[in-house]
Design a protein. Structure first.
Ligand code: GLY
Length: 406
């Protein structure tokens, strides 16, 4: 058997096929292809940088008026623009990207004291988390630890979750959305750095409660679970951004896949790996997943195939599948890696990838923010760009035989 593996590896190398020896994975996208995508992304972000409104964070772009829509630092999307700049800086060592990211980090810092949202993982960890990793600046570490303290004020031990939203108080008492899984990497980091295990205990409990209540028998997830904060009982299972309470909102499935994959990495609890695998199977075997593997905005959206795609879901799923492909057996690994490669290839071409100089400088087109709210339909979105660039970064590291987790 060892001789067989050795022979296969030699054959791949002889044929000039890239392969990542550690996981035995055969990579089909070439280094030059990935590098070109990153180069294009940098060119685009320099276009975007010139148009971002002062004191704001780019959210989307309206082609009809040629206007970049900005958001304040308290928006859930504020961390993605500096985060993307930091990934691009890491790739290129182009200092101007770091300088622009730092300008936005200064604006963002005050959100470390924001106790009114669960989105601090997106806002602070995607931004300051990458900044700390790349610069080692202790100031960033302290901002992150203060923010983690703010985030856990929203934790209710009776429910076993962090409360997501304070809005719609007449409708929900203690809403928890599947997106909230994305905070858990931040909390795990906070325990590791501070030595205080309270953050990681909250992360595990939140993940376990989500696993128990958010999923249907087919492993698709509800968007919103509303809890009774006094008893912890589930009051409602609903949607906010999806097509229906019973539907599979695409980005929700993406957050769940990414969240449970990451929780397996950080805890080595096999239950999370199994859950991530089930979610991946739901997505990849879904009859409504198109051949280019970029989902419609909801897997059960009315009018499929005559409705909108969501490139942001494709980007998040691609990044998550690259990671998951490293934790599973060879056959699943090939499936997950192949699907991620298809997604990256699709996103790196028309109609998703914008032509250079267009799209206000955003990299990707065709995402959906909140269709039922009639907001951000078929537009560029900063988080689509962030997870796309993250997927490119992860893939590049696989090509280099490095650990893909940064
Ligand atoms: N976390 C909000 C969204 O995914 O739209």
């Amino acid at each position: 058997m060892r001789k067989f593996i050795f022979t296969m590896a030699t054959l791949f190398l002889a044929a000039g096929i890239s392969c990542q020896q550690a996981a035995g994975q055969q990579l089909t996208l070439k280094k030059q292809f990935i590098e070109q995508q990153v180069k294009d992304a940098i060119t685009q972000y320099k276009v975007l940088q010139k148009q971002v409104p002062d004191g704001k964070f780019p959210r989307t772009y309206t082609a009809a008026t040629d206007v970049i829509e900005g958001a304040g630092s308290n928006s859930w999307i504020s961390g993605f623009y500096p985060g993307t700049l930091l990934y691009l800086y890491e790739f290129s060592q182009d200092k101007s990207l770091l300088v622009e990211a730092q300008k936005k980090l200064d604006l963002l810092e005050k959100e470390k004291n924001n106790k009114g949202t669960h989105d601090l993982g997106f806002m602070l960890y995607c931004s300051f988390g990458n900044a700390y990793r790349l610069t080692g600046d202790e100031r960033y570490k302290n901002i992150l630890l203060t923010g983690a303290g703010s985030l856990i004020t929203r934790y209710n031990p009776t429910v076993g979750c962090i409360k997501s939203w304070d809005h719609n108080g007449d409708k929900w008492k203690f809403p928890v959305i599947i997106d909230n899984m994305m905070n858990l990497e931040y909390l795990e980091w906070a325990s590791k750095v501070s030595g205080d295990k309270k953050y990681k205990d909250i992360a595990s409990t939140h993940a376990n409660t989500t696993l128990k209540n958010h999923f249907r028998p087919d492993y698709s997830s509800y968007h919103v679970i509303d809890y009774d904060p006094e008893t912890g009982n589930v009051l409602h299972k609903q949607t906010h951004q999806g097509a229906a309470d019973t539907s599979a909102w695409a980005r929700g499935q993406a957050w769940g896949l990414y969240g449970f994959t990451m929780m397996y990495r950080l805890t080595k609890d096999k239950v999370y790996l199994d859950q991530a695998g089930h979610i991946a199977e739901f997505i990849l075997h879904n009859p409504n997943l198109p051949a280019d593997k970029i989902p419609f905005w909801d897997f059960d959206a009315p009018g499929i195939p005559n409705t909108y795609r969501d490139a942001s879901s494709g980007a998040i799923i691609a990044s998550a599948l690259l990671e998951l492909s490293q934790y599973v057996d060879a056959s699943k690994s090939t499936t997950y890696l192949g699907a991620a490669e298809t997604m990256i290839k699709s996103l790196s071409a028309a109609p998703y990838k914008a032509t250079i100089g267009s799209n206000g400088g955003f990299i990707l087109q065709h995402s959906v923010g909140h269709l039922p709210g009639n907001s951000e339909i078929d537009v560029p979105l900063s988080y689509a760009d962030y997870y796309y660039v993250e997927a490119l970064t992860r893939y590049q590291r696989m090509l280099e035989g490095k650990n893909i987790i940064l």
